[in-house]
Design a binder for this molecule. Structure first.
Ligand code: NAD
Length: 323
């Protein structure tokens, strides 16, 4: 697709992935509206879109009239979500309200205002739960380990239903852990890597919980590329895809890489998971994303070392904006 002049809605567009995607779309000439409710504890940051051509609408998908925002959109990238796992455990009703109920609101608004729009939905590998066999393909049974996994699965299924019953072109991408510029680094609410990066930039030690779990982190530019390809590849429509990233690495190896790239002596401690986190931990994960690669030609291009370096370098001059 030639993005130039296309009207695009990005929900969650001031957050980590949504802002990177919005900026990439605007750079390609799309007319981008980013809707974001700046939810407490999420990744939204006004700095994420500052100075860009992206139109930022502050509004909550649970309440705002979504029809005018959908009007004329050729693609809706749907990234707004309550993303905190402990947040979902502590307040499952609020979690369902965003991740499932408000998804149905958006579906209904899009039926009226953007009946032909392609929808790329940001889903998660989280609801596969604790898997035994790696790598994980799309046939892995779903066994959500926490309330957030249940609500994210429900939201995804409402969108896929929209494809089956009304033939809307919908793609759901089940993401693994992502990282890169515009990640929330103030604390560990978005990912463990956020607080690690903050810590090394402030020259403070950090904690690694567990340490042997494997993760296949995706650098944000690769994830943006995946979203763009999913939108424009008709073969993807009506399907779910696991998206992975770099070859799997243990958390301990990741921690070593972070301190090495930051130029710090190894200042982290490995400890047991806190009890409340251990109950919802998914253990090791890495994706089999061969289906998506075959459908779109996509491949993660940024190595872990380059991605960590780019991320740390990006924050060096912007740390204050993200604390
Ligand atoms: N980053 C990852 O590693 C990862 C992994 C798996 C799945 N995902 C999915 O990708 C999407 C984006 O995640 P992210 O990491 O950028 O998180 P994020 O918190 O940075 O972005 C989500 C955005 O949605 C907004 N939002 C939440 N509730 C809203 C509401 N009711 N109305 C309007 N806006 C609302 C938040 O303010 C936030 O800016 C989410 O759907 C998430 O589940 C992300």
């Amino acid at each position: 697709m030639n993005w130039s002049g296309q009207r695009v809605l990005v929900t969650g567009g001031a957050g980590f992935l949504g802002s990177n995607l919005s900026l990439a779309l605007a750079a390609r000439g799309a007319r981008v509206t980013a809707l974001d409710g700046f939810l407490f504890g999420g990744g939204a940051n006004p700095k994420n879109l500052e100075g860009s051509d992206v139109e930022l609408v502050r509004g909550d998908i649970r309440e705002i009239d979504l029809r005018p925002l959908c009007e004329g959109a050729s693609v809706i990238f749907n990234l707004a979500a309550q993303t905190s796992h402990m947040g979902g455990q502590n307040d499952p009703l609020a979690d369902i309200a965003v991740n499932a109920v408000a998804q149905v609101r958006l579906i209904q608004a899009a039926r009226e205002a953007a009946p032909d729009a392609v929808v790329v939905h940001a889903s998660t590998r989280q609801f596969y739960g604790r898997v035994v066999k790696l790598p994980v393909d799309e046939n892995q049974p779903v066994a959500p380990p926490d309330a957030n996994g249940v609500s994210k699965f429900a939201g995804e299924q409402y969108w896929l239903l929209e494809h089956r019953v009304r033939q809307r072109p919908v793609v759901s991408l089940r993401l693994t852990n992502c990282y890169g510029p515009r990640l929330r680094i103030r604390d560990a609410r978005q990912t463990f890597l956020g607080i690690w990066i903050r810590s090394v930039l402030e020259n403070r030690p950090f904690e690694v919980w567990g340490g042997e779990q494997l993760r296949d982190l995706t650098y944000v530019d690769d994830m943006t590329d995946a979203f763009l390809r999913a939108a424009v590849t008709p073969e993807c429509h009506g399907r779910i895809f696991n998206i992975g990233g770099a070859p799997p690495a243990s958390l301990r190896a990741l921690a070593d890489l972070v301190v090495r790239v930051a130029g710090q002596p190894a200042r982290y401690t490995v400890r047991e998971f806190p009890a409340e986190r251990a109950q919802i931990d998914i253990g090791s994960y890495h994706a089999d994303d061969s289906a998506f690669r075959a459908a779109t030609g996509w491949a993660a291009a940024v190595s872990l070392e380059d991605g960590i370096r780019k991320t740390i370098d990006w924050y060096r001059s912007r740390l204050a904006d993200y604390l």
